[in-house]
Design a protein around this ligand. Structure first.
Ligand code: DOR
Length: 423
């Protein structure tokens, strides 16, 4: 395969240049100003398009096993490919939970049938109960790429500290869902004017901030690579900034919904704007954008959380939290961050490719000769409207939005795994 005339944007080298790419046997064989395409059976003309490393999402829920009416490994992989992602990390809150090597091996074995790279995180605690630690060494040996009880916070600080020490020994990241349930009466909706209007108490930001403060200290003391997942509060961003400057090996993920929307969206989109942690106020959104811009937040991850239509049609307090995100992530990054001038396209791509690859040591995230050919080809200027999803679910508040940045082709291991068919 030869890809001609694309604008290569490679965050690993921070270089942007026009070149041709030659791909053979799944490997990027040659990058050059001109490669002769005669005799090559597959030639892609990428004139006017941007070529970046295949995107990496460190936080997805593919619901398989256990909730395959919402998503499966297969539909999740299709959704990822459509969004330009070639590597994803699945969370452990499946049923059964990924807290043992049997469940882990089953998922990883079935993932090999899919056309993108699916990695799996294992849980920190058995059954996500926060009481008994999983056999982290065995899980690592069987291929777990990190540890997380995502969806459920770890309440016991001493337990978590020990888990951080083990994760450090195993040299894998530990990722944290930061919401102390003691503060929360109704999850998924920020406590504030919007929850007042809905006549509910909601979930105050102190629920997140108190755990972030605690865990920043545990990260500093343990020396583990600790990820604050889906950061939602401005004060949490400030805490991460301070503790990073003190030397903690901290990382933070921001989701496209937290940097695009505020809790006002709940009034407009109802349960489609309900997620954990919830959307907060405009000051928080601005603080997340500032954190992304100054490097405090190093990863953009979707928290792709499919739920069925029936579940999301329940009342605001009864519906489950979470929205899908893979198919709109790049466009929301371009629309909400790049076009308004908060981040350069290079900075955006850095947080969706090279940074996550470095943290999880994934063989991806750069455009270099000799590396596997995982690429996304997109038009950063093209406007489009999300209407239909490859995901099995469609719980997104962004359906019908006018977005910039359209994925045209996704290539994983040298094969086209998604191609835009719209004219
Ligand atoms: O809103 C959310 N939904 N947040 C999470 O952390 C978990 C996710 C889910 O699994 O549905």
């Amino acid at each position: 395969m030869i890809i001609k005339n694309g604008l290569i944007t490679d965050p690993a080298s921070r270089r942007s240049y026009t070149a041709d790419l030659l791909i053979k046997d799944g490997i990027l064989k040659k990058i050059s100003g001109h490669i002769d395409a005669s005799g090559e059976d597959q030639v892609i003309d990428a004139s006017g398009l941007t070529i970046a490393p295949g995107l990496i999402d460190t936080h997805v829920h593919f619901r398989d096993p256990g909730f395959t009416h919402k998503e499966t490994l297969h539909t999740g992989a299709l959704s990822a490919a459509k969004g330009g992602f070639t590597s994803v990390i699945c969370m452990a809150n499946t049923s059964p939970v990924v807290d043992n090597t049997t469940v882990l091996s089953d998922i990883l074995t079935r993932s090999r049938d899919e056309k993108i790279r699916i990695y799996q995180a294992a849980s920190v605690s058995r059954s996500l109960k926060g009481e008994e630690m999983t056999d982290m060494a065995a899980l690592r040996a069987y291929g777990a790429c990190g540890f997380t009880d995502d969806g459920i916070p770890l309440r016991n600080a001493a337990f978590l500290y020990e888990a951080m020490e083990r994760a450090k020994e195993l040299d894998l990241p530990i990722s944290l869902h930061e919401e102390d349930p003691a503060f929360i009466k109704n999850n998924g909706i920020n406590h504030g004017p919007v929850s007042d209007e809905l006549n509910i108490f909601g979930s105050p930001s102190i629920a997140e901030e108190s755990l972030v403060a605690r865990d920043c200290m545990l990260a500093l003391r343990s020396g583990a690579h600790v990820v604050i997942q889906h950061i939602s509060s401005g004060r949490s961003v400030e805490l991460v900034r301070i503790f990073k400057s003190l030397g903690a090996r901290l990382h933070a993920e921001a989701t496209p919904h937290h940097f695009t929307l505020t809790d006002e969206a709940v009034l407009k989109y109802g349960t489609l704007a309900k997620m954990n942690p919830p959307l907060r106020g405009e000051k928080d959104r601005q603080a997340i954008i500032e954190g992304l811009s100054d490097g405090t937040i190093d990863i953009i991850a979707t928290d792709h959380a499919p739920h069925s239509r029936e579940e999301k049609e329940r009342s605001i307090t009864a519906a489950p939290s979470g929205i899908i995100g893979l198919e709109t992530a790049l466009a929301l990054g371009i629309t909400s961050l790049v076009r308004p001038g908060h981040l350069s396209l290079m900075q955006l791509l850095e947080k969706m490719t090279v940074n996550p690859a470095a943290l999880y040591r994934l063989p991806a995230g750069k455009i270099t000769e000799g590396e596997q050919a995982d690429l996304v080809i997109f038009d950063p200027e093209e406007q489009w409207i999300p209407q239909e999803y490859a995901s099995l679910s469609s719980n997104s508040p962004f359906t019908g939005w006018d977005l910039y940045g359209k994925v045209k082709i996704t290539i994983c291991g040298g094969s086209i795994v998604y191609q835009d068919q719209t004219p």
